[in-house]
Ligand binder design. Structure first.
Ligand SMILES: Cc1cc2nc3c(=O)[nH]c(=O)nc-3n(C[C@H](O)[C@H](O)[C@H](O)COP(=O)(O)O)c2cc1C
Length: 142
């Protein structure tokens, strides 16, 4: 039986919405990295983060730094940000240094920030998240 976990760091709740959609699609719960859930037994780990001043929060980097080496098999990364751009390089690097194979596509969706992206993540982004989860699961199981 494969163990799937979904963890996220979210200051404002946007990333949490996406994490919950992914987790639901996988039939598991999503955990904030603050919750101290042990993910070392993961065969597949979804890692989500908000982007602040161009980077993930340092708490997420510290968290990933503590993961065991050559234990977790695969990971998939998702971000929310004002631009919806690609901001995952640092995290991917960290994961790969832990011997974790990272799924090549990353999910980067827009999240509300000040007057930008009102209502996001909304229905469309939640659907994107579910589709992403399904795509990763199919690749992982296939
Ligand atoms: C302090 C701060 C700095 C941010 N810096 C950026 C940034 O550099 N680039 C960007 O695209 N979005 C930036 N954002 C927007 C967030 O990435 C966006 O609101 C994201 O969805 C937040 O996720 P969260 O609600 O899970 O914390 C920033 C938001 C905050 C609060």
């Amino acid at each position: 039986m494969n163990e799937i976990n979904v963890i996220y760091q979210s200051r404002g709740g946007n990333t949490e919405v996406i994490a919950k959609a992914i987790a639901e699609e996988c039939g598991v719960a999503a955990y904030d990295i603050e919750s101290a859930v042990n993910v070392s037994g993961s065969d597949l780990l979804f890692v989500g983060m908000g982007i602040y001043a161009g980077k993930p929060d340092s708490s997420l980097l510290d968290y990933l730094d503590q993961l065991p080496v050559n234990v977790i098999k695969g990971a998939a990364v998702f971000t929310t940000s004002a631009t919806g751009g690609e901001h995952a390089a640092l995290v991917i690097n960290l994961l790969e240094h832990k011997g974790i194979q990272v799924y090549p596509r990353h999910l980067n969706v827009k999240g509300k920030f000040l007057f930008m992206n009102k209502g996001k993540p909304g229905k469309d982004e939640v659907k994107e998240a579910r589709d992403f989860a399904r795509e990763v699961l199919d690749a992982f199981n296939g």
